[in-house]
Write a protein that binds this ligand. Structure first.
Ligand code: NDP
Length: 328
């Protein structure tokens, strides 16, 4: 028997989930839901239909888990609680400061519907959060470091596009190699924002635009660039499409700490990701957690959970016996 998956929202993440299901024979794509005209969307999977979002609830008996693929800013705060009353759900909500509030809303809805909702699944929040938890539990009193990149930041790219005279832009966040090395060496450095990351911008300007003004506006932009060493390259539209089409990302979570009666031994734990496609990787994490949501609900659980609450074996398609034989 396969676990039947619905996808709510068909952007980068939605398509990534569709691809991830193909790699997991115990899962099956049942339907996709969108707020746009379903006719305007062509799926990769043959024989699966796209329906208007309003019809989702009428399909609840044919879907075991709905994977929500909307944006964190405005879609998920509304869609996840709404659908958690009727489906087991998984989302990738990544507005870190608002996770507690989102948790409460999904918890109430999921408990009312006797469903499980797993929120903030992905890599950060998600796999990075798990590794921060393992690190601080195993080496209490140590130091925690998270570096992001090299990768595209959608928010920073959008901020550049809003500048007058800019036609298109791509922004990469890059960890500073010396800072990474200092952390890995166990020196426990105190690092400022500027010490940890640099920002590199590739900008396509409108014809006759004042390039010096655009550069100045970018590097002095508060909250986005002012606190970083930022490099700006002006390139052609063709170069942007040729060299910067992908959505790569990644990063490092490092925990350093000491053990022994006198703290005489030091340890470094490092988890790193190098992702060719941020949305496809995030979608793969969401898909594994969809399996967990289904199983937890089958066991009679309900309410909201995060990656911190789900035991790892629930993510696997293999039985406990197989996992104990192979992985321990
Ligand atoms: P997209 O902008 O590609 O898609 C978001 C939604 O936009 C879609 O679900 C879709 O809903 C809608 N949409 C409207 N018009 C279009 C269009 N022309 N083409 C595609 N989609 C359209 O965002 P992503 O999928 O890249 O990311 C979604 C969220 O995932 C992000 O907001 C981010 O917060 C989160 N994320 C979380 C990560 C983590 O580690 N936790 C990592 C990466 C991302 P509809 O079909 O209903 O119109």
């Amino acid at each position: 028997m396969t676990i039947k998956i619905g996808i709510a929202g068909y952007g980068n993440l939605g398509k990534g989930v569709e691809c991830a299901i193909r790699h997991n024979p115990d899962l099956e794509l049942s339907a996709v839901f969108t707020r746009r005209d379903p006719e305007s969307i062509t799926l990769l999977t043959p024989g699966v239909n796209v329906y208007p979002m309003e019809e989702a609830i009428s399909k609840k008996d044919s879907i075991d888990v709905m994977i929500l693929c909307g944006g964190s800013a405005v879609d998920l705060p509304v869609q996840t609680p709404l659908l958690a009353r009727h489906f087991n759900v998984v989302d990738s909500f990544d507005t870190h400061a608002r996770i507690p509030q989102h948790f409460e809303a999904v918890d109430e809805a999921a408990k009312e519907g006797n469903k499980v909702g797993i929120i903030s699944v992905g890599w950060d929040p998600g796999m990075f959060s798990l590794n921060r938890l393992y690190g601080e539990s195993i080496l209490p009193g140590g130091h925690d470091y998270t570096f992001w990149g090299r990768g595209v930041s959608q928010g920073h790219s959008d901020a550049i596009r809003r500048i007058e005279g800019v036609k298109d832009a791509r922004q990469y966040t890059i960890p500073v190699e010396e800072a990474l090395e200092a952390v890995r060496s166990g020196k426990n450095p105190e690092l400022t924002t500027r010490d940890k990351h640099t920002r590199e911008c590739f900008v396509v300007a409108e014809e006759n635009a004042d390039l010096n003004r655009i550069r100045e506006e970018i590097i002095s932009m508060p909250n986005y660039f002012a606190d970083y060493d930022t490099t700006v390259h002006f390139i052609s539209e063709e170069e942007l499409h040729r060299d910067h089409r992908g959505i790569p990302h990644g990063g490092f979570v490092i925990r350093t700490g000491n053990t022994g009666w006198e703290d005489e031994n030091s340890h470094v734990i490092e988890y790193s990701l190098k992702l060719d496609s941020n949305p496809e990787f995030t979608a793969s994490v969401l898909t594994a957690y969809a399996r967990a949501a289904y199983r937890l609900n089958q066991e009679g659980q309900s309410g909201c959970k995060t990656v911190l609450d789900v035991a790892p074996a629930y993510l696997s398609a293999f039985s406990g016996k197989e996992l104990r034989g192979r992985l321990l």
